[in-house]
Ligand binder design. Structure first.
Ligand code: ADP
Length: 291
């Protein structure tokens, strides 16, 4: 056995002698399996927070909006952040997205520690590496859908990638609305414009703050369906704050906050399991254990 394979088997906890005495082809097959096991990379982290703290006020009036949040958001995953009102969801998202400055701890986006950046670098990071979708759409009323979508690319002084633009427009189903202004579109169409705008600069991560909060259920489903597709088909990373179990059930993972702390997490959530966990949060304990 080569030293490389000894190192490999050692790392995997397989004793090198375990393969001795086997036929050559069996050893070769085992080697192939080991190589596959060790070369499948773990998912890279798009953004992370470490012991993140945000305090408002001081003394008796001190509010700990974030009280030591540590979390990774893997690339190509759709994560929902849920929790009761006042639990710190918006504060966490704003700190992650470089829209707010934490009191303590650190945030890393796309490998960059935010506290090392000056204002100009933060603006560039927000424009080029982060996409935003807000509850209130935040489109510029005097611009057409196409102009709104291309605004971040224009502001960056970059040339739009036509192929990518066409792909995103196709995915959000807006090809026949590109010349319309926001007031000529439904709420669902406006939010799909906002989603396309968030994706067009190929950000490392998209933050969506209650993206379906102003939409009826049909339009909401279209927007969530698009965010889901952006993860599945384009490998996008999406983090969404929501209070809606239906919206969160589109996600790969739900993280629950209470009193500025992460107190629970679900993978492959269903509407029912999310509902149960939210109910438990309101009464103070998670299903199956204390929080
Ligand atoms: P959520 O999004 O879960 O409703 P927030 O992140 O908005 O919660 O707020 C978390 C806590 O921080 C709440 O107690 C809220 O009142 C407080 N808070 C948020 N922003 C401010 C602020 N600018 N000044 C004082 N307290 C704030």
């Amino acid at each position: 056995m080569s030293s490389a394979s000894q190192t490999l088997t050692g790392r995997l906890g397989v004793h090198p002698e375990a393969t001795q005495g086997k036929s050559r082809s069996t050893r070769a097959q085992r080697w192939d399996r080991l190589v596959v096991m060790t070369t499948t990379p773990p998912r890279a982290v798009a953004a992370s927070a470490s012991d993140l703290r945000k305090t408002y006020g001081a003394g008796d009036s001190e509010v700990r909006a974030l009280d030591g949040v540590t979390i990774d958001f893997n690339q190509g995953e759709f994560t929902a952040i849920m929790g009761p009102s006042g639990s710190g969801k918006s504060t966490l998202m704003h700190c992650l997205a470089a829209l707010d400055t934490p009191t303590g701890g650190s945030v890393v986006v796309d490998g960059v520690e935010l506290s090392t950046l000056n204002d100009k670098a933060l603006t560039t990071l927000r424009r080029e590496r982060v996409g935003f979708v807000f509850q209130s759409f935040n489109l510029i009323p005097t611009l057409t859908a196409k102009e709104n979508i291309l605004l971040p690319v224009d502001l960056a002084g970059a040339k739009p990638d036509q192929e990518w633009f066409d792909q995103v427009i196709g995915a959000v189903g807006l090809a026949d609305r590109l010349g319309h202004r926001p007031n000529q579109m439904s709420g669902g169409q406006q939010q799909r414009v906002a989603c396309a705008r968030a994706l067009v600069s190929k950000p490392s991560i998209v933050f969506a703050d209650e993206p379906t909060g102003n939409l009826d259920s049909t339009s909401g489903a279209e927007v969530l369906g698009f965010l889901r597709r952006s993860v599945d088909e384009f490998g996008q990373t999406v983090v969404m704050v929501t209070h809606d179990a239906v919206a969160a059930s589109y996600c790969d993972r739900v993280v629950f906050l209470r009193d500025g702390r992460i107190v629970d997490e679900l993978r492959s959530p269903s509407r029912e399991t999310i509902g149960e966990h939210m109910t438990a949060l309101q009464v103070g304990s998670a299903p199956g254990g204390d929080l």
